[in-house]
Design a protein around this ligand. Structure first.
Ligand code: NI
Length: 170
């Protein structure tokens, strides 16, 4: 297992459309293990492969809700096959845009199809935070960041804040 470096906003890999996984091999399973390790180390609740510079359609999620058993999940080639008309608004952040947070509106519930790292098909029904995390991570596979899902005004404010923060970090 290895901790991987999380790439930040500005890295072109975050804007690419990630490739479908064809081979459910050991390389994929190593990638998934590294993604879990990197997500836990960064104290995130989800991570997409492009965030560690690997442009493949793989996501991992572990909401780690208090008072609930840990349920970690890796989905390969995930697709949203249904989303509710009902919307939900909640603040989101992203390990690739640390320090930034904004309220994002998304469908309240979704159904996802994909594969586990061994290649077995899986269907996931999710709502609320779980649905939000899945949608956020699947967005990453299409080069979409949560910044893209807020109003143009808010996006400008976030970009300004981000640039200021980056300049201060230098
Ligand atoms: Ni993210």
């Amino acid at each position: 297992m290895a901790l991987r470096e999380i790439v930040l906003l500005g890295d072109p890999v975050l804007r690419e459309e990630a490739s479908e996984v064809d081979d459910f091999d050991e390389e994929l399973r190593v990638l998934v293990r590294d993604m879990y390790e990197t997500m836990y180390d960064a104290e995130g609740i989800g991570l997409a492969a492009p965030q560690i510079g690997v442009s493949k359609r793989v996501i991992v999620i572990d909401l780690r809700l208090p008072d609930q058993p840990s349920e970690r999940l890796a989905v390969v080639n995930p697709r949203v096959v249904w989303s509710s008309k009902e919307k939900d608004k909640a603040p989101e952040g992203c390990l690739s845009i640390p320090g930034m947070e904004e309220v994002v509106q998304r469908p309240y519930a979704v159904e996802i199809e994909g594969f586990d790292p061994k290649g077995n098909p899986m269907t996931i029904e999710a709502e609320e935070l779980f649905a939000r995390a899945l949608q956020h991570e699947i967005d990453h596979l299409d080069g979409i960041l949560f910044f893209d899902r807020v109003s143009a005004l808010k996006r400008r404010m976030l970009m300004k804040k981000w640039k200021k923060q980056q300049a201060e970090d230098l």
